[in-house]
Ligand binder design. Structure first.
Ligand SMILES: Cc1cc2nc3c(=O)[nH]c(=O)nc-3n(C[C@H](O)[C@H](O)[C@H](O)COP(=O)(O)OP(=O)(O)OC[C@H]3O[C@@H](n4cnc5c(N)ncnc54)[C@H](O)[C@@H]3O)c2cc1C
Length: 450
């Protein structure tokens, strides 16, 4: 059996480790922090369950469910989002409006004009773009779906997913599935119809997406994988050197040293250049510092239920850039999942900063409150003080797949080709969502252990 060292115990590193361990492989995981999980950090404090990073996982395939169920103890912890969470709100003219969920709601929504809706339908007749130059998410959306839908649907969504700037993000790399719909089927509506026809209702491949978390928060996932890995995982460890010697990789960490057949690097893109490689790999990794990771502050607030006028009957609200507000959006965690706030109280998570307003992202709780409170007062009708406050500041939050991102992917491929036995995985390779990270680890782990 080959011996593998996995560097980094975020969701990518741990799920790769679990996939290999299940196949009977010999693995070691080295993590610099004392806790596992990386961006996934759930904190329980006086009845409130705070997610400092991601809030939920969107499961897109049955294989992923099977993978999660294979982690000892995880199946019984899984909880689905409550039905209210199906509503999403977008702010227009200073008010949050629900995103229409059917044709009737579409006819009466104040969120988009009738003309704007017709323009979206006209996408069906738009020809495929012939220009081969890379296109931004904003240009792609305006071209295919019109300006209004871009301003009041796509733009706020990008703030919510990437904390990013749609004018800079590349449609090809940031949303490869949408890019493929136009390229392979001529358009988004045509592509979606083709996909529906190819997987009819009741077919084995048909999977209804689920939004899930765990009773004690998302951290349950990394914690249970770590438990299953037992003493193969080293926490709070410092790697002193990584060197390729003949066909092996020598890693020295803490007071230990071992030879491995493979190393799988899963640290964030901005941390790659700090790894102590002994050969010229150190220089090769320095280029990935060019991947932008804007700062983001996640402010979690508890309120007495009666102190918020809005029914909070949804997943949360997103703020379009054109509304010129200082926050990106607000999640309603206690409406999404049960057990997130004490009885009679609600939990809100406010996102501040990102590419749109990096100057508002802060590690200072007073400043974050000064930004967030007036915004949520005006959008949700807050009539009482918060009963709970928790701030997490991410100096480097989410990698931005901007125009020209292909050069980073090519460089990663080249490193793997030129240095046999090294593999690089993470949210800068195959997508930023937890589902993307889990899927690529699962796929990769299966492929290399065959
Ligand atoms: C605020 C926020 C909200 C998000 N919301 C969602 C959401 O709701 N849903 C969703 O699907 N996704 C969400 N995401 C994205 C998702 O959480 C991340 O893309 C994903 O968790 C990244 O996992 P990873 O393992 O690739 O990287 P990381 O979680 O960054 O893990 C990398 C690990 O490497 C370790 N490391 C670094 N340097 C070293 C070193 N020298 N030696 C050893 N170890 C090292 C780090 O300590 C860390 O544990 C969110 C992200 C953020 C920041």
């Amino acid at each position: 059996m080959p011996k593998t060292c996995i560097i980094g115990a975020g969701v990518t590193g741990l799920s790769t480790a679990w996939q290999l361990k299940k196949s009977g492989e010999d693995i070691v995981v080295i993590e610099s922090h004392k806790e596992v999980g990386g961006a996934v950090q759930s904190i329980y404090d006086t009845g409130y369950l705070v997610e400092e990073g991601p809030n939920s996982i969107q499961l897109k395939s049955r294989q992923m469910e099977v993978f999660l169920n294979s982690i000892p103890g995880l199946r019984e912890q899984i909880i689905d989002a409550q039905s209210d969470a199906k509503n999403r709100f977008i702010v227009r003219n200073k008010r949050p409006y629900p995103v229409p969920r059917g044709p009737l709601e579409l006819l009466s929504t104040p969120l988009w004009s009738k003309l704007g809706c017709l323009r979206v339908l006209a996408e069906l007749f738009k020809v495929k773009r012939s220009d081969k130059n890379e296109e931004s998410v904003a240009d792609f959306s305006r071209r295919r779906l019109g300006h209004e839908f871009y301003d009041y649907a796509i733009n706020p969504l990008i703030g919510g997913i990437y904390a990013g700037n749609p004018e800079a993000l590349s449609i090809r790399y940031a949303f490869p599935r949408l890019y493929a719909l136009e390229n392979e089927h001529g358009g988004l509506i045509r592509g979606s119809i083709a996909k529906l026809i190819s997987t009819p209702k009741g077919s084995a491949n048909k999977y209804s997406k689920r939004i899930i978390s765990f009773k004690d928060g998302l951290s349950t996932l990394p914690k249970l994988i770590a438990k299953a890995l037992g003493d193969s995982i080293y926490l709070g460890s410092k790697i002193n050197s990584i060197e390729s010697i003949k066909n092996k990789w020598s890693i020295k960490w803490d007071n230990q040293s071992e030879l491995f057949d493979r190393i799988i690097v899963t640290v964030p893109a901005h941390a790659l250049s700090k790894l102590p490689f002994k050969n010229n790999l150190k220089n090769k990794f320095s280029q990935f510092c060019g991947i932008d990771h804007p700062p983001l502050s996640v402010l979690t607030l508890g309120f007495k239920r009666e102190h918020i006028n809005h029914p909070l009957d949804g997943f949360g609200l997103l703020v379009p850039e054109s509304e010129k507000r200082t926050i990106l959006g607000v999640l309603f965690p206690s409406s999404i999942f049960k057990g997130r706030a004490p009885k009679g109280e609600v939990l809100l998570t406010v996102f501040i900063g990102g590419e749109r307003n990096p100057e508002y992202a802060t590690a200072n709780t007073e400043k974050a409150l000064a930004t967030a409170i007036p915004e949520i007062n005006s959008l949700l009708g807050v009539i009482g003080p918060p009963t709970f406050v928790h701030l997490k500041h991410w100096e480097k939050a989410i990698p931005q797949y901007k125009i020209g991102y292909g050069r980073y992917l090519k460089a990663l491929n080249l490193i793997e080709e030129n240095y046999p036995g090294i593999h690089i995985l993470g949210n800068y390779r195959n997508g930023i969502s937890l589902d993307d990270c889990l899927s690529s680890s699962m796929y990769f782990g299966t492929k290399i252990s065959q």
